[in-house]
Design a protein around this ligand. Structure first.
Ligand SMILES: [Zn+2]
Length: 488
């Protein structure tokens, strides 16, 4: 490393007394992987000065349900119920015809493409999501190793492991939803996940951390949940499990286990501070949930569970957290995720705040500050990392700068509100992860983005075409994905 580098910016979101504070004309001095000084520009000695100018320099964004897909929301967030059934696996596809749409090399490329997108949107720490829809079941040890290697090459910090499941959501021939179970596949996926934890631990790298990432609660057998909890307990790693994300999930879990999702998490030993739950929306107090209790939010808080809120993707699926402020006030740790394209936490924050206002019919229902803190401090705390998510002396130097001088953003007011309301995460211009500059002038060195985009488009086209063979009615792609307007 090249000595002490002073990174100067018109606005710096620093950290003091347990929260973020805004500094003007300030610097962050970095030595090796750590921050060694924060204060007025020029106050500390430095060997090199990086002048970023009219930007908001913030802690790198922490995305705990991170896009590592080409996209799926553009395909699956707008259909009628009937068309939506066509996007699931049919039971006969799951039982007899399932196949991987992509080979291992293509899967590795897709993950790397996702990582590049995350970096370009200011994410510095990511917990990837899998895209099992296109796989022949879930992910493999080799998939996770390829992802870890891509992350390390790019300089992105990841918490990951291969996803696994013992069942898959399917549509039966009469159009009803159920789960197709295949416990041996669940067990072998779990073994891959266990093997990956050992591999990740042996890397001794702060860019690669193992985690247990089983798919969704309704697709895990109780045995697999118990084994996951025991392995997490033994190794100390985090578990991320999609739960409380839909009404159908609740129905399926009630039918299979005779108890609602939260009770199942509790009795399998998963409920605790190591558990991260995307999306946590359909708790018993949610008016859409048929329950006569109102204890789930308090249970999540008492257990120390993190809820990973993905406001943009959920809003596009017609769902909203009810409400961010309520969960927070109850003491639930809140983190953010992107989940799908665009992996833009700034837009996510704006949509989250806006949806909260709409739900509460009040303009003070949520603040940009609280959401921004979830995208930084909340995510870091969920990972058990008090050295991430903050710009403070001794913290790891994970930084991102968002331009504030784009004339299209209009005038500048409070820099956080201006960024969130008038701009997007595409304003990310500079980022540093553990002291290494990853993004400079909006560019990642060595990445040919146009070439990646062309390959991603080809793979996306193939992925889109493959929906038809899985549809329980085998409808053509033109029927599953009708254009916005008929072609003239
Ligand atoms: Zn998700």
């Amino acid at each position: 490393m090249n000595g002490r580098r002073s990174i100067r910016a018109a606005h710096v979101l620093a950290y003091a007394d347990g929260g973020h504070v805004l500094l003007t004309d300030a610097e962050v001095v970095v030595e090796g992987a750590r921050i060694v000084a924060v204060g007025p520009a020029g106050a500390a000695a430095a060997d090199e000065v990086i002048e970023l100018g009219a930007v908001l320099l913030t802690p790198g964004l922490v995305d705990l349900d991170a896009l590592t897909d080409i996209d799926h929301t553009i395909l699956d967030s707008w259909q009628s119920r009937e068309l939506g059934l066509g996007l699931q696996w049919s039971r006969d596809y799951a039982e007899q015809r399932r196949r991987a749409v992509f080979d291992a090399g293509e899967r590795a490329f897709i993950r790397e493409y996702g990582f590049v997108q995350l970096l370009l949107h200011g994410v510095t720490t990511a917990m990837p999501i899998a895209s099992e829809v296109h796989s022949d079941w879930a992910e493999t040890f080799e998939d996770a190793v390829a992802m870890a290697e891509a992350a390390r090459r790019l300089g992105l910090r990841v918490y990951l492991g291969p996803s696994y499941r013992s069942g898959v959501n399917v549509v039966d021939s009469d159009g009803t939803r159920s789960i197709y179970w295949n416990e041996p596949l669940g067990r072998s996926g779990f073994e891959d996940a266990e093997r990956f934890l050992e591999w990740a631990a042996a890397q001794e790298s702060d860019l690669v951390h193992g985690a247990l990432l089983p798919c969704r609660i309704e697709t895990l057998s109780e045995e697999l949940m118990r084994r996951t909890a025991a392995l997490a307990e033994r190794t100390g790693v985090l578990v991320r499990l999609h739960a409380l994300q839909g009404l159908l999930e609740r129905e399926l879990v009630l039918a299979e286990y005779g108890a609602p999702p939260l009770a199942v998490l509790e009795r399998t030993g998963l409920l605790g501070p190591k558990l991260l739950v995307p999306h946590g929306i359909y708790v018993d107090s949610n008016p859409l949930v048929d329950a006569d209790t109102d204890t789930d939010i308090a249970t999540l808080a008492a257990a120390g569970v993190t809820v990973i809120h993905c406001p943009l993707t959920m809003a596009r699926h017609g769902a909203a957290l009810d409400s961010f402020a309520r969960y927070r006030a109850a003491g639930v740790r809140m983190a953010l995720g992107t989940d799908s394209f665009p992996p833009d936490l700034v837009r996510g924050i704006d949509i989250g705040v806006t949806v909260a206002k709409v739900l509460a019919h009040r303009t003070d229902a949520a603040t940009y500050a609280d959401y921004f803190a979830a995208a930084t401090l909340g995510g870091a705390e969920a990972l058990g990392r008090r050295d991430l998510g903050r710009i403070a002396v001794g913290a790891i130097a994970d930084l991102v700068a968002f331009r504030l001088d784009d004339p299209l953003d209009g005038v500048l007011d409070d820099p956080v509100r201006t960024l969130c309301m008038n701009s997007t995460a595409r304003a990310a211009d500079f980022s540093m992860i553990a002291g290494r500059i990853v993004l400079r002038d909006g560019v990642i060195a060595g990445i040919d983005l146009p070439a990646m985009t062309r390959r991603a488009q080809q793979l996306f086209d193939r992925m889109r075409a493959a929906y038809s063979e899985r549809d329980y009615l085998r409808r053509p792609v033109g029927e599953l994905f009708p254009p916005s307007f008929p072609s003239g």
